[in-house]
Every structure is written in C-alpha cells, then in structure tokens.
Design a protein around this ligand. Structure first.
Ligand code: NAP
Length: 398
C-alpha cells in the first residue's frame, strides 16, 4: 500500500516499502530523461521487493500551461509533506518576477545543503589521467553568500544610497558608479552545513573533511566559516573528528578535518584528487568546485545532485544540468544525471542495494560501449544509442 515517508524522533526517515514520491518531469529534455530514469529506478526497486508510488507535481512550463503558475503552491507543499521528491530541470522564465524556479524551491523549503557526490564510473570518458582517484562528496551551502540576490545596480538610487551610507557610517570609499552585492555568511548557516558534512562523514565511514574557503581575503565571511567549522568539531564532534592543528595532523581513528584556500583547492582537486574526501564550502565556491569536479568524471550529463534540509527531513533530488532546449523531445541526451540523482535518493532512503545495482548497471552499459551522443563524441568504436535505449540497456544489466 502506498504510504507517505515520515520523520522519526531522532531525525531519521521512516520509509515504507511503497513510498509516495512526488516528481517534476521538468522542461526541455525533461520529457526525455524523466521517463528513461524512472524506468530504471522502478526496475531496480522491484528487484528488491519495493515499489514507488510516483505522484506528478507541476512546475515550469507545464505548470504554467496547466495552472497559470510557474511554481504552484501545491507543488512545494507536496515536496514538504512527502519529504522526498525528485525533479528534472526547469527553465527560468524570461521576464517576470521569478529569478529561478530551482532557487525558489530551495529557498522556500530551506534546503540548505546542496549535495554533489563526484565519483568516476568505470568506462566514462574523462579529460584527466587518473579519474579513478576522484571520489569526493561536496556539501555546498545553499541559502547564503553572494547568492542571496541582495544587489544594487550601478547607477541605481539604491546603490547611490548604500554607497553614501557606507561612507558616512564606516568611512568606506566606493566608486560612485559601482554596482554592489551583499555577502551574508552566518554562524548558524555555516555550522548547520558543516554539521551535515560531519554527520555524513561519520555515517558513511569517510576519513577526511576539508573546509574550502577564501578566508585569507574575506576574513569575516569565508574566514569565519573556517573558524566556526573548527569550533564545531571541538564542541560537538571531538569523539569522532579532530582539526588538523589540534592533533598535529595525526587524527588516530578520528576523521581529520583540515581547511584549504579555494584557489589552491581548485588546483589540488586536479593534481591530487585522492587527498580529498568530503568537502564543505559556501555557495559560490561550491558552485565552481562542483562543476569543475564534474568535468573530471564525465561532465554534467552524468552529475547527480540533491538539495536537503537534514533537520526537517526534506530533500529534493535533481539533475544538475539545465533543460538543454535544443535537444528537447529528441530522445537523444544522456539520462544519467537524473538517474544517478535517483540513485542518491535511494541511498538517502536506505535502499542501498537497489542504488548499487543501478550504479553497477550504468558502469556495465558504458563498459559495453553503449552510450548516448555526449559520450560517443569522446570515445572511439562505441554504439551510440538514444536516451530511452540507454535506459533499456541499463535495465538489461541490472
Ligand atoms: P544546460 O541546459 O545545462 O545545457 C548546456 C549543455 O550541456 C547542452 O547544450 C549540452 O551540451 C549539455 N547537456 C545538458 N544536459 C545534458 C544531458 N542530459 N546529456 C548530455 N548533455 C547535456 O544549460 P543552458 O543551456 O545554459 O540552460 C538552459 C536552461 O536550463 C536555462 O533556462 C537555465 O536557466 C536552465 N537551468 C536549469 C537548471 C536546473 O533545473 N537545475 C540548471 C541549469 C540551468 P552540448 O550542446 O555540448 O551537447
């Protein structure tokens, strides 16, 4: 019988064998990748005696066409009340008051963690020599930083007023034709993200965490993120984790927590990827890092993601790429980003065996040289298949 996922007293999810899971098909290539990903998820769940009662909810163009709203309130409410959901990409409406539907969903549900695991799957074409060394999980803060949209345009009355205020109150000199943006980074926002990364590392047996920051320059935002991270380890996690400087680099059997400046981090994830494990960072750094890392292991056609609030239990899993409108409806693109987001969702639900089956089947399919156009153009002697055919080949290999 189809039932709703609920949150237990200790923050754990109670997942029935037939959970109701809301989904947004998505705009553009959503019509191609959603049915493909769903067919594999259903087949893998069935192998382990489970079934998903999918519940379609609307957003984006389909939402607008059917309800007159880009993001109907019932959609957000369905994600909130069912706790876990999955979505295809959504186009950002041009004009109108909505900055981005994806950002709106994250903000309304306060999904403060953007989770991006980055791991190479055997056979996937990669621009680096040793992609098998890449196995990182990025925790990107999703609600603060320069992404809050607190900006004033160059030459606007708001910018002029702010420049005057800053000069009067603090003696800060800013050129009169500057545009301005505000970068809030709070202790609350930083530590709940860092707590999520620490809990994940403990749960998953991960050995290292890096706080990635540019605190040498932005001392009271990014520098504070670093300081608060180490404080949190000392105050709440000293039995399972220790900061580098508190143990002289020798953590014993505890998780080693270090920090690294963003620009160096962007070099080192390339030159020595095996020294990185879990990474926690602010919004902008996380955006850059997750795409740079995704490129090492096959690009955005295969990069999964999730937005999670570990306190309310709410999580929305999503393909990390956009709607790729030029390919919409052609049954051509790679469904793996959405499919692997589903794998991430299965892991989050505790359906690890079904998740592992899909990962292994995707590897076997690519290993058999059966790939969509994006991989085909990077590989020799492969069989190029459609989006739906790729999904069918994965199901054959489950
Ligand atoms: P995009 O949709 O991500 O597409 C950029 C390029 O990435 C495509 O042209 C294609 O490259 C490649 N690509 C994307 N998805 C792929 C897949 N499944 N398989 C293989 N290749 C794939 O970015 P965009 O064109 O800048 O954005 C289009 C719309 O999506 C915008 O309205 C944007 O706001 C929105 N968007 C939504 C999300 C989201 O919902 N989370 C995220 C980003 C953007 P080639 O041309 O090289 O084949």
């Amino acid at each position: 019988m189809a039932e709703t996922i609920t949150l237990g007293p200790d923050g754990e999810l109670n997942v029935p064998d037939e959970p109701v899971i809301p989904y947004i098909e998505g705009d553009g290539i959503g019509v191609d990748i959603w049915p493909a990903a769903r067919s594999v998820l259903d087949a893998a769940a069935a192998r382990h005696g489970r079934r998903i009662a999918w519940k379609e909810v609307l957003a984006g163009q389909k939402g607008y066409d059917e309800t007159g709203e880009w993001l109907p309130a019932e959609t957000v409410e369905a994600f909130r009340s069912h706790l876990i959901g999955i979505k295809g990409p959504l186009a950002t409406p041009v004009g109108g008051g909505i900055r981005s539907l994806n950002v709106a969903i994250r903000r309304i549900l306060d999904l403060y963690v953007c989770l991006r695991p980055v791991r190479w799957l055997a056979g996937v074409p990669s621009p680096v020599k040793e992609p098998h060394l890449v196995d990182m999980v990025i925790f990107r803060e999703n609600t603060e930083d320069i992404y809050t949209g607190l900006e004033a345009a160059s030459g606007s009355p708001e910018a002029a007023r702010l420049i005057e205020l800053l000069a009067d109150a603090f003696g800060w000199e800013i050129r009169p034709d500057a545009g301005l943006g505000i970068k809030p980074v709070s202790k609350f926002g930083s530590q709940r993200l860092q707590r999520a990364a620490l809990d994940y590392a403990v749960r998953r047996g991960r050995r290292r965490i890096h706080w990635v920051h540019k605190g040498n320059i932005m001392k009271f935002t990014e520098g504070a993120f670093r300081t608060w991270g180490y404080e949190l380890v000392r105050e709440e996690y000293s039995d399972v984790a220790v900061g580098y400087h508190d143990c002289g680099g020798d953590p014993g059997d505890r998780i080693l927590v270090s920090d690294v400046i963003t620009d160096i981090a962007l070099q080192q994830v390339l030159t020595r990827p095996d020294s990185f494990d879990v990474i926690a960072t602010m919004n902008l750094n996380g955006d850059y890092l997750s795409d740079a890392l995704a490129a090492q292991v096959g690009g955005i056609g295969i990069a999964p993601g999730a937005n999670i609030n570990y306190v309310t239990g709410c999580g929305v899993f999503e393909a990390t790429h956009g709607t790729a409108p030029k390919y919409a409806g052609q049954d051509r693109v790679n469904p793996s980003s959405l499919l692997l987001s589903g794998v991430l969702m299965f892991e989050h639900l505790g359906w690890q065996e079904a998740a592992d089956d899909i990962t292994a089947a995707v590897e076997a399919t690519v290993g058999d040289q059966i790939v969509t156009y994006d991989f085909a153009r990077l590989m020799n002697g492969v069989t190029e298949v459609k989006c739906s055919e790729f999904a069918a080949a994965v199901i054959d290999r489950l």
